[in-house]
Design a binder for this molecule. Structure first.
Ligand code: HEM
Length: 460
């Protein structure tokens, strides 16, 4: 099995073996699903048995991530955590409450990009992190050297390593967990104490901050304060809240970052789409104000462009693994309990049967009398494990795209001889896949656009 762009390999296997592919790796049965029908039939219609997660020995048992929602085993605690997400951000309407935070942070993003366009990736990361920390804990990070942001960044890097495919042999041979740390080759055991401490801190420290604010009577509404504010809270309830809140950053920060990078990459590559979207914003919104979330739905081309960003490079090309909880017979195939089932989201969003010229970025495919299928049906996963932050994610990505289009021209950068630099089109192979670093030129569309960015930030 190749680990580079595994989703393409699995799509190729599909051409030979069909939509449901079974492989066995060192005794672990694995099923890949290459079509929306297969994913819907198994992960949605039979979600009661297809919604567990496999246990990662290193991440869960040794480092202590078993309570993070993305890795949480199916059961009562899992349901309780999902319920909190649903109550707080389960509908499009419910995310309206975050509009002021999202708009303020996205305006600050525009200013950062205006002043330092060369640091685009860092500005995207900082903005996504700030939105999540404010929504979850009402914690407003400092622009530089914020100790919580540093802790979270460090811990999320560890988490990405822990959950990347084939990272630790102990996940394949759990017996290795008993090897003592001094044993030659047991490097994985030596990092455990430090990483386990970071894992504890990353959920405890921000929760401690919220409790402190609540005790002083100055806590503004947030995910954590909303659920902590209960006289009858038991210890186990607090653990659910603590980990549900901690799961937000893991699920929400890096994912939207990838989509927004993809947006800037596609705008660099497809200037026509950019111009059409800007013309629509000029006609509907004008140039005296920035688009806001209330304008969603009034800008059909921008809406289509954002859908195309989600489709052109899905953030999670191979869905998180679902674990089958009991034997199943599906379309005549026997699938044993414990099988890990992975939906190939990339393939579903690049199937020429569903999307004409799937490798081309073309927002118009979602407009007109026969729009192609909305990629948001698939890119957020399936069944009882479907992304619980999708409404917040959609709002964040839409706002970043619409506001950036309103004030910036995004073009190919030029080399010293004035020749356009072709951006490399490549993506990392990790679970959350990012565009490879690329160069682009970002300039304000006019003096008025520059003034608008500055004025909107002064008004804060
Ligand atoms: C563009 C942005 C995003 C994309 C494409 C995305 C996609 C996904 C996908 C594909 C899954 C796995 C679903 C499955 O197993 O079938 C997932 C799970 C998850 N997402 Fe998102 N997500 C995004 C943003 C967010 C945000 C903003 C949050 C938090 C506010 C979030 C929180 C989570 C959590 C906690 C899980 C684990 C759910 C579970 O295992 O039950 N995600 N997401």
């Amino acid at each position: 099995m190749s680990s580079k762009h595994m989703w393409e390999t699995v799509a190729e296997w599909g051409r030979e073996y069909g939509d449901i592919i079974y492989v066995n790796i060192l005794g672990q049965p694995l099923v890949f699903l290459n079509s929306p029908k297969a994913a819907s039939d198994m992960l949605e219609k039979k979600s009661l048995i297809y919604s567990d997660r496999p246990s990662l020995t290193m991440a869960c048992e040794l480092v202590g991530w078993e309570w993070t929602l993305g890795l949480k085993r199916f059961g009562e605690e899992f349901r309780a955590m999902r319920k909190l997400f649903h109550t707080y951000m389960g509908t499009r309407a419910s995310v309206q409450q975050f509009a002021p935070i999202e708009e303020e942070e996205t305006k600050a993003f525009l200013k950062r990009v205006l002043e330092h366009p060369e640091d685009l990736a860092e500005a995207i990361r900082r903005t996504a992190g700030a939105v999540i920390l404010r929504v979850t804990y009402d914690y407003e990070p400092k622009d530089h050297g914020d100790s919580l942001v540093q802790l979270v960044d460090r811990t999320m890097e560890q988490f990405a390593i822990l959950t990347s495919p084939n990272a630790f042999l102990v996940d394949v041979l759990p017996i290795l967990k008993y090897i003592p740390a001094w044993f030659p080759g047991a490097n994985f055991k030596r990092i455990v104490p430090e990483w386990a401490q970071c894992t504890r801190d990353v959920v405890e420290v921000p929760l401690g901050y919220v409790k402190e604010q609540m005790a002083k009577g100055v806590a503004a509404p947030s995910f954590a304060s909303r659920f902590l504010d209960d006289q009858d809270l038991r210890e186990e309830d607090e653990r659910i809240i603590k980990w549900a809140a901690g799961s937000m950053y893991g699920g929400g920060a890096d994912t939207t970052v990838s989509s927004i990078k993809t947006f800037f990459l596609t705008m660099t590559l497809y200037p026509e789409a950019q111009k059409k979207a800007q013309a629509e914003i000029d006609a509907v919104i004008g140039n005296d104000r920035l688009p806001s979330l209330a304008d969603q739905g009034q800008l059909p081309y921008v809406d289509a462009l954002v859908k195309e960003v989600f489709r052109w490079h899905p953030v999670v090309p191979l869905d998180l693994p679902h674990r089958l909880m009991q034997d199943d017979i599906h379309e005549g195939y026997f699938i044993p309990e414990g099988t890990v089932v992975v939906a190939n989201i990339w393939k579903m969003l690049h199937d020429p049967k569903t999307y004409a010229n799937p490798m081309v970025f073309n927002p118009s495919r979602f407009l007109g009398e026969k729009p192609e299928l909305d990629p948001r049906e698939y890119c957020f996963g399936f069944g009882r494990r479907v992304c619980p932050g999708r409404n917040l994610a959609e709002a964040s990505v839409w706002l970043s795209c619409a506001m950036s289009l309103a004030v910036f021209n995004i073009m190919k950068a030029k080399d010293q001889a004035g020749r356009a630099i072709e951006p490399e089109i490549d993506f990392s192979s990790a679970t959350i896949s990012h565009p490879a670093p690329f160069k682009c030129s970002i300039t304000p569309r006019s003096d008025a656009a520059r003034a608008l960015i500055l004025a909107e930030n002064e008004a804060k």
